[in-house]
Design a binder for this molecule. Structure first.
Ligand SMILES: Nc1nc2c(ncn2[C@@H]2O[C@H](COP(=O)(O)OP(=O)(O)OP(=O)(O)O)[C@@H](O)[C@H]2O)c(=O)[nH]1
Ligand SMILES: [Mg+2]
Length: 328
């Protein structure tokens, strides 16, 4: 009885049950329909948490900074959820070893819930799993949710869009990296963090970032901060900047817009992923090959082949939803 289990998992999450939360996140990673039901049940109990995305190239110090931020916020008794996304690992629930070690000091603290995410699906699936995990941690009552993701194109862009406040962490010498960065990321980042400030070149990078053109008038002007995550220098100012951005969002009524953006991303990845699944199924029953053969033999044009696929989608959709109720 899937619905029973999703009901009870959702109810347990609302009571603060960590094990139920962990189980539900696993179901999301596995793309289980039960997870969808539970997530929908949880939705109206969410909206309190502040979601902070922390992205950046491998090794720039994201986890060390995250750990410093946890220390800082715990001093003010805030509760935290930490989501570490690892797009390279397909091991469910498996943490990156380094993160495990760095985060270990917090693992005994019941106010901090740490979870790594991996999925066999593409980045769409991973972004959706991250948003699901965010919703669960929000429903658990966490005040602040930190989402760490290693810069990897689309996923990084998605997480930056899905967070209330997004940080881009860099280390000295990242000038070239900025030139090649996906368009859209730089414009959406709220706080630039130049970590490893103990190393040469940090000041230059800061100056470079500060010289970036101003955004729309009245828009949030991104902060550029120097940190040395190893010694903890600059972490307090970073935390203050994160809180300032949260206040900015709340007073301007923009927090709703961020939540809407998150739901939109979740919805659109659901749609595009399921469309992709359907198209993959055409491939399975050799339908694509048939069309391609016809095309190569000059019997049909590519555009009419495309139209034939589109025409078959409603039938495929019926199969997915277990038979259409409306009939055709
Ligand atoms: N010198 C210096 N080293 C740092 C600083 N912050 C982190 N490190 C070191 O940089 C290395 C990578 O740090 P992590 O926190 O694991 O970096 P990350 O960005 O989380 O790495 P991935 O998750 O693998 O992408 C570790 O050896 C840290 O000790 C810093 O401010 N200065
Ligand atoms: Mg890390």
């Amino acid at each position: 009885m899937p619905h029973r289990e999703s009901d009870s998992l959702a109810a347990r999450v609302l009571q603060g049950d960590i094990r139920a939360a962990a189980r539900l996140i696993t179901l999301i990673e596995e793309d289980s329909p039960q997870a969808f039901d539970a997530l929908d049940l949880l939705h109206r109990h969410t909206g309190k948490a502040h979601v902070v995305g922390i992205t950046g190239a491998p090794g720039v110090g994201k986890s060390t900074l995250t750990s410093g931020l946890i220390d800082y916020f715990r001093r003010y008794n805030a509760t935290l959820g930490i989501i570490a996304i690892d797009p390279t690992s397909a091991i469910s629930g498996g943490a990156v070893l380094g993160d495990r070690i760095r985060m270990q000091q917090h693992s005994a603290d019941p106010a901090v819930f740490i979870r790594s995410l991996a999925t066999r699906g593409g980045t769409g699936g991973l972004a959706r799993a991250a948003i699901g995990a965010i919703r669960i941690m929000d429903a658990l009552g966490k005040d602040i949710i930190l989402v760490e993701t290693v810069g990897s194109g689309q996923l990084e862009t998605d997480i930056v869009k899905a967070a209330d406040t997004s940080l881009l962490v860099m280390a000295p010498g990242a000038g070239d990296e900025i030139q090649t960065m996906k368009a859209g990321i730089l414009e959406t980042v709220h706080i630039f963090v130049v970590n490893k400030a103990d190393k040469e070149g940090a000041d230059q990078l800061k100056i470079y970032l500060e010289a970036m053109p101003e955004r729309r008038p009245g828009a949030w002007r991104p902060s550029v901060l120097l940190t040395d995550a190893l010694s903890g220098r600059g972490v307090e100012r970073l935390a203050a900047s994160i809180q300032r951005h949260h206040e900015y969002l709340e007073t301007g009524g923009q927090i709703e817009e961020r939540r809407r953006e998150r739901a939109k991303l979740e919805l659109l990845t659901l749609v595009t992923d399921s469309l992709k699944d359907m198209v993959d199924r055409f491939d399975e029953d050799d339908y694509l090959n048939k069309l391609l053969n016809d095309f190569l033999a000059g019997k049909t044009g590519l555009h009419s082949a495309y139209l034939k696929i589109i025409e078959r989608l409603p039938g495929e959709l019926d199969k997915t939803s277990g038979g259409g109720k409306d009939g055709i």
